[in-house]
Design a protein. Structure first.
Length: 414
């Protein structure tokens, strides 16, 4: 089987995902992804007519993000028209899955040069709470047969359910959120993200954003303690025209559960805009192109699990990808687990017995934001940069995703 190598990784800064307020919110999503592609091409003098495919994740494929945003972004970047593209959706996990698919195609011997990444503009798609009168907050989208089989609450409700079942307290989730902010602030101050950042420009050439826009330095336990929980407000909302509420939906699977709501805006992932991409190549292509690899893909895996709790699969995904790589937890130098909600990262570390000093060492989505389908690709680039900075070898990246799934990947520096 051929090897798949990572040549480079790049991303935009994350902009606040509110229409008219975030620095990226006036851009077209295709233009945002295109600027990442332009940056990757220029940084590596990439011959785009030799790109076999561009695999792009995008979770909300409607309107400006519809119509195969991957292909449209390739064209908008001015790449050779022979560089094909596809767009995929594995909810939040799309940005890891795009890389995994690109690597698998290279390992199979069918392709030699593939670019993978993701894009999500939440200022366009909206946050996790749709406009009034358009709730439809569950993933079954009104499919009553599916709801009978697998009731799926809103992800934030799932986070509070897991915290309740695991006995994780408000103080614990808030403490991790503060640590995420502190680590992110340190990384930004020291320039740890600079290697991968691509400045974003408006069509007229004006700079739109060249640094992270979402972090809130100075966040403290006291300031977080003052924030009201968010998802407790969802419980009596009707899901759709049936009139069923979230309380009733939860009771289908957990009739005796009294949820301890602990999540709020400060310990949940931020709503942001962003895009990311990586160049992957076969060993054969490296020999003829002169490109220099930064890492190789050791293993990839995806798991599915309980769609009602929805957010518990990163642990099983990590175990599965370690088994495929023939490795153990002790063989991994750094871990990235998306901080969709604080409880996700806490449970991941608890279940695997991880040293917190090796997990999300430069902060995570509670501080930096979570541009849904772009986040996984961003995390792979983040762990690669940090492995190089610390002169370490291996990194494992995973994240929860809607429907009760999790992709995972292990990379190794070369």
């Amino acid at each position: 089987m051929a090897e798949a190598y990572i040549i480079d990784a790049a991303r935009t800064p994350r902009g606040i995902g509110k229409a008219g307020k975030g620095a990226l919110s006036e851009l077209h999503p295709q233009r945002l992804m295109a600027q990442v592609l332009e940056g990757l091409q220029k940084r590596n003098d990439l011959n785009t007519q030799e790109v076999d495919d561009v695999v792009v994740g995008c979770s909300t494929q409607v309107g400006k993000q519809g119509g195969c945003i991957g292909r449209m972004s390739v064209l908008d970047a001015g790449w050779d028209t022979r560089a094909a593209s596809l767009t995929l959706d594995r909810f939040c996990g799309s940005g890891i899955t795009s890389v995994n698919i690109a690597a698998a195609n290279i390992m199979s011997g069918m392709e030699d040069l593939v670019v993978a990444g993701g894009v999500e503009m939440m200022s366009f798609t909206g946050s996790r709470v749709p406009p009034e009168g358009e709730q439809n907050l569950t993933l079954d989208s009104g499919n009553l047969h599916l709801r009978d089989l697998h009731p799926q609450p809103h992800q934030g409700v799932c986070a509070d359910m897991i915290a309740t079942l695991e006995g994780i307290t408000r103080e614990e989730v808030d403490a991790l959120a503060v640590e995420s902010q502190n680590r992110a602030q340190h990384a930004i101050k020291e320039g740890y993200f600079d290697k991968s950042l691509i400045p974003v420009y408006h069509n007229d050439g004006r700079l739109a954003l060249d640094k992270e826009e979402f972090p809130r330095p100075g966040t403290t336990l006291e300031s977080l303690a003052s924030l009201p929980t968010v998802f407790s407000n969802f419980m009596e909302l009707p899901i759709d025209a049936t009139g069923e509420t979230f309380n009733e939906l939860v009771a289908r699977a957990y009739p005796d559960m009294k949820i301890n709501h602990v999540h709020h805006a400060g310990n949940s992932s931020g709503v942001v805009d962003g895009a990311a991409g990586l160049i992957l190549a076969s060993d054969g292509y490296l020999k003829t192109s002169g490109l220099k690899p930064r890492a190789r893909i050791r293993a990839m895996a995806t798991v599915g699990g309980d769609p009602t709790l929805m957010l518990n699969e990163p642990g099983p995904a990590a175990r599965k990808v370690l088994q495929k790589a023939g490795m153990t937890i002790d063989d991994i130098d750094l871990f990235e687990i998306n901080e969709a909600f604080s409880v996700v990262a806490l449970k991941f570390m608890r279940d695997l017995g991880l040293d917190p000093a090796k997990v999300n060492v430069n902060g995570g989505a509670m501080a930096l934001g979570h541009p849904i389908a772009a986040t996984g690709s961003m995390l792979i680039g983040t762990v690669l940069d940090e492995l190089e900075r610390r002169d370490l070898s291996t990194g494992l990246v995973t994240m929860c995703t809607g429907g009760g799934m999790a992709p995972a990947i292990i990379i190794e520096r070369v």
